[in-house]
Ligand binder design. Structure first.
Ligand code: ADP
Ligand code: MG
Ligand code: MG
Length: 923
């Protein structure tokens, strides 16, 4: 059989259906499905995405020849159904030509309406309908759309206005009217003439009068649009492959611009903002196509309730509302009932919230489109849970309906909708960490701390942040940086803290010296108010009120349901009792990574740490460490208390010592005074500690191996704390973790120190506590020899941040220079620091899992990198057979849901070591 390229949909015959999105595109497949459901849809046909693919491969002539007969047969069917003839002068059949890919790609190509009209047909249309204005309105819209979309008459530059709109505005001025609807038939006729002259003058071509020429031109334009710039950019951003192609929908026109009993509108079966189960939408009388969304006139509400709510917000009195903005329910009650019947049928059929388009032609309702509606994170959760309650969907479907990423929106403070109305955007950066915040500008972390102590809300504005700014960051309401990307220090730390952050706002000039920030010549000083939206990357002038996001009942129900289907545990990365508490509240079942170095920065501790670093010998170091011991112990006590009954994995000291000493002379001077040593000595030590590549320098277990007394002190602090808390009848589950090993001997050396110290502590206290000793797998070598490591260590925790850096050979902090370019050009598909590189780094993880379990079947396996909170990575870790993922406290719900979805999708748990097929682009 010959290949089929055209599928018709109509009341009498429909060839497609909803499941055929790949072939017919989303719009075409749903139009066919609506016909099957007996919903009134103007008849039409869909040219398949395969035709588009052929077009890209073999060109215009080849494809037009290929589909010609089928398209002609399609048009013939429409003529029969509509009782009109395409190209007829007295009663012409007019068509719309609409693009539609598999995934909705808004704004990719504009639709062409009223195709088939020309100088003779317009007269016939006027006679036939007895409505001259309507006929000329349809014609001028067609010339405008066709001239733009098919013939390519665009604004000359980006500052230029749309040339057609310029002509319309000029005529309105000449006629002294303001609304499109104030132009009469003669004016519209005049517009058609002027449009055509413009096209001739600018393009040197006449506007096509032959309907078939018009049709083929439009079809080709849709195929072409698949490869226009807009479409390419959209595809890049949304991971849509070029090979998909777009379908073309050709459909009989229905007219919402035929007078006062005609209208056009859009509606949602539920509220897309809140998820409330409330049918809602907008319409315009005597309008066509995109008039509603284009905002040329104020649209009216469909339901009476919606109309009343709208009037209240818009400060319109009930009397004026009824007179000027009545609802569809009021003015066309019968059509309204039909619309409600159709939307109900559609939602029940698709079992998801629908976004529909419709047109009313002289009192008759026609549906033009339906699709699953876009919605906020909050609406996503509410709709899923209410549909479950209404028994429309089952539990697994409800859980799969919510995009885990979008839960983020529910977990951070948001701006008050009212307050946003007058907000003025000052600059834009990257939406590095979601949420909303408002506060007074400070430029230094110490100032942030100082101001916060006095109860002030501050926004820390920096060129970029560094580990020394941690405390200032933690007390700030939000963080704004002029430099840095989505994985910059500021961004990563802010996300971990669940704190709003806008990074890389390049338009901002920070002058630390004068304590000012300048944007476009305008200057803000320390203490001035600004506001940040970390979800959009926008920076606003002044103070905008925020409100706490509510963890609504639906959210709680969703999470409880998620736990029912989950296999993997979700732990949190938490360094303080406060973070541990948040983690517990969000449902973490343990701490997967507690970084001890953060404790070293607190208060006086840094002084003891520096004393240790400055010490000339072991004796000196031990003296300094003895001062740190009680402080660390009390930290651990608080964390163990908070995390009772749950495991807490504590990593021994990891960063290079260089990070703990000051680098500017003023601070070094202060340090010298405090330590009672010479500035020269400090300088020398700082210089000694300097490394060419600190990431690969004297850090991780290398510290503990060269200075075992550090490991001893930390082990002692952990186990004494555990014993103290256990003595209170609380169950503690400490897991001591050795970082950055590359050889078994490194692990064994550290494990020996830990075990020996433990026995000493237990003997002194005449008490014991159960604890585990394990290691991070974060160097490729450790993964390669995971069987030998596994025979010694009781658990593995994959430190996928360092594992990624060391496997890919580039550092997260320096990748900003080339990674964006790599992503744009598809060299890497995703940022490997955000979503794990499954083929490379993931391969090492899977191999280590298999090797480790081969020697120790009950080896506990987890992940503690940033990837633990990334849904795609979580799914990968589930497939790889890990026991848990650990992520920042605020991402715990996201990881919980992602782990549930991975379990529901039930991908095989068996780990195969076979090299996976490579994607062409990623070598
Ligand atoms: P988009 O995907 O951008 O919404 P559409 O193809 O849905 O583009 O069409 C744009 C506008 O034209 C919509 O308002 C739609 O309802 C309207 N429209 C499309 N086809 C027809 C038709 N056959 N009759 C009347 N209006 C139509
Ligand atoms: Mg649209
Ligand atoms: Mg549409």
């Amino acid at each position: 059989m010959q290949q089929k390229y055209v599928y018709v949909f109509s009341a009498s015959r429909t060839e497609g259906e909803a499941s055929m999105k790949n072939l017919l595109g989303g719009k075409g497949a749903n139009l066919a499905e609506m016909c099957r459901l007996g919903i009134v849809v103007p008849p039409g046909f869909t040219i398949t995405t395969e035709a588009c693919t052929e077009y890209t491969k073999k060109g215009k002539d080849y494809v037009l020849n290929l589909i010609k007969a089928e398209v002609e047969a399609g048009v013939a069917l429409l003529e029969k159904e509509m009782g009109k003839t395409f190209g007829n002068d007295d009663d012409p059949l007019l068509l719309s030509v609409r693009s539609g890919a598999r995934a909705s790609m808004p704004g990719m190509m504009d639709t062409i309406l009223n195709l088939g009209i020309n100088d003779r047909a317009v007269e016939g249309l006027a006679r036939k309908t007895g409505n001259e204005r309507f006929a000329w309105d349809s014609y001028r819209r067609f010339v405008q759309m066709y001239g733009d979309v098919v013939m390519g008459l665009k604004p000359v530059s980006k500052e230029d206005h749309d040339p057609f709109e310029v002509i319309i505005d000029m005529l309105k001025e000449e006629r002294r009217v303001t609304l499109d609807t104030d132009l009469d038939a003669n004016d519209l006729r005049e517009l058609v003439q002027r449009f055509k002259s413009l096209i001739r003058a600018r393009l040197g071509r006449d506007f096509p009068t032959d309907p078939w020429e018009q049709l083929w031109g439009a079809v080709v334009a849709v195929f072409e649009s698949w490869n226009n710039n807009r479409a390419r950019v959209y595809r890049e951003l949304n991971d849509i492959p070029e090979s998909w192609g777009t379908a073309v929908n050709v459909q009989a026109m229905v007219f919402g611009n035929l007078g006062d009993s005609s209208a056009t509108g859009v509606a949602f079966t539920r509220d897309a903002g809140t998820g409330e189960d409330l049918f809602n939408g907008e319409f315009l009388v005597n309008a066509q196509g995109e008039d509603v969304v284009a905002g040329i006139r104020t649209p009216q509400q469909i339901t009476l309730e919606g109309s009343r709510r709208w009037a209240q917000l818009a400060c319109v009195s009930e009397e004026e509302r009824r007179k000027n903005y009545p609802s569809l329910e009021e003015i066309m009650p019968e059509v309204y009932q039909q619309l409600v019947a159709a939307e109900t049928k559609l939602e029940n059929h698709y079992k998801d919230m629908q976004d529909v388009e419709f047109t009313i032609q002289e009192g008759k309702l026609w549906m033009l489109q339906t699709r699953n509606g876009k919605r906020t994170g909050a609406a996503m959760v509410r709709i899923a849970m209410e549909m479950l309650e209404q028994e429309m969907i089952d539990e697994k479907t409800a859980l799969l309906r919510v995009d885990p990423h979008r839960l983020d929106e529910l977990l951070h403070p948001i701006f008050d909708g009212e307050a946003m109305k007058n907000a003025q955007v000052l600059a834009r950066g990257l939406p590095a960490s979601p949420g909303a915040s408002t506060g007074q500008i400070v430029f230094f972390a110490e100032d942030a701390e100082e101001w916060a102590k006095h109860g002030q809300s501050v926004i820390l504005v920096r060129l970029e942040t560094s580990p020394e700014d941690l405390r200032g960051m933690s007390v700030a309401k939000g963080i704004l940086t002029a430099r840095g990307g989505m994985t910059s220090h500021a961004a990563v730390v802010a996300r971990g803290m669940g704190k709003c952050c806008v990074s890389g706002a390049g338009a901002i000039h920070v002058d630390y010296k004068n304590r000012t920030m300048t944007i476009d010549g305008q200057t803000w000083h320390e203490g001035d108010w600004i506001s940040l939206n970390g979800s959009t990357g926008e920076v606003y002038e002044g103070q905008i009120t925020t409100k706490n996001a509510e963890l609504s009942g639906d959210f709680g129900m969703l999470m409880a349901l998620a736990d029912k289907y989950r296999r993997m545990e979700v732990r949190a990365n938490a360094d303080t009792p406060e973070e541990a508490l948040i983690a517990r509240e969000f449902g973490a079942t343990g701490i997967g990574l507690c970084r001890t170095e953060h404790m070293f920065f607190e208060g006086d501790r840094i002084r003891a740490v520096r004393e240790m670093i400055l010490a000339d010998d072991e004796f000196g170091r031990r003296k300094a460490l003895a001062k740190l011991l009680p402080m660390q112990r009390s930290d651990f006590e608080a964390i163990f208390r908070e995390m009772h009954d749950l495991p807490v994995t504590i990593r021994l000291l990891d960063p290079p010592l260089h990070e703990f000493v000051p680098h500017d002379e003023a601070s070094q001077q202060v340090m010298a005074q405090e330590m009672r040593v010479s500035l020269g000595k400090i300088k020398m030590r700082v210089e000694e500690l300097e490394e060419f590549n600190p990431m690969m320098g004297h850090r991780g277990c290398r510290l503990g191996i060269t200075y075992p007394e550090i490991t001893e002190m930390q082990t002692r602090a952990i186990l004494e704390a555990a014993l103290n808390i256990q003595a209170k009848g609380i169950t503690v589950k400490p897991e001591i973790m050795v970082p950055l090993i590359g050889t078994v001997r490194e692990y064994n050396a550290q494990a020996a120190v830990i075990r020996r110290t433990a026995e000493m502590v237990f003997a002194e206290r005449k008490d014991r506590v159960h604890y585990l000793v394990g290691t991070m797998i974060e160097t490729p070598r450790a993964a390669l020899i995971a069987d030998s490591v596994g025979s010694q260590a009781e658990y593995f925790s994959f430190g996928t941040n360092d594992l990624t850096q060391l496997t890919l050979g580039f550092s997260r902090d320096d990748a900003g220079k080339f990674l964006p370019h790599y992503l744009k050009n598809g060299i890497y598909e995703k940022d490997p620091f955000q979503s794990i590189d499954q083929k490379g780094v993931g391969m090492l993880v899977q191999m280590a899992v298999q090797k480790g379990r081969s020697v120790r079947p009950d080896l506990e396996l987890g992940v503690c990198g940033e990837h633990g909170g990334d849904p795609a990575s979580v799914e990968f870790f589930h497939r790889s057979g890990l026991d848990y993922v650990s992520c920042s406290p605020f991402r715990v719900p996201i990881a919980r849901l992602a782990a549930t979805q991975a379990a529901i999708k039930d991908v095989p748990k068996k780990v195969e070591l076979k090299q996976q097929p490579e994607l062409e682009a990623v070598g």
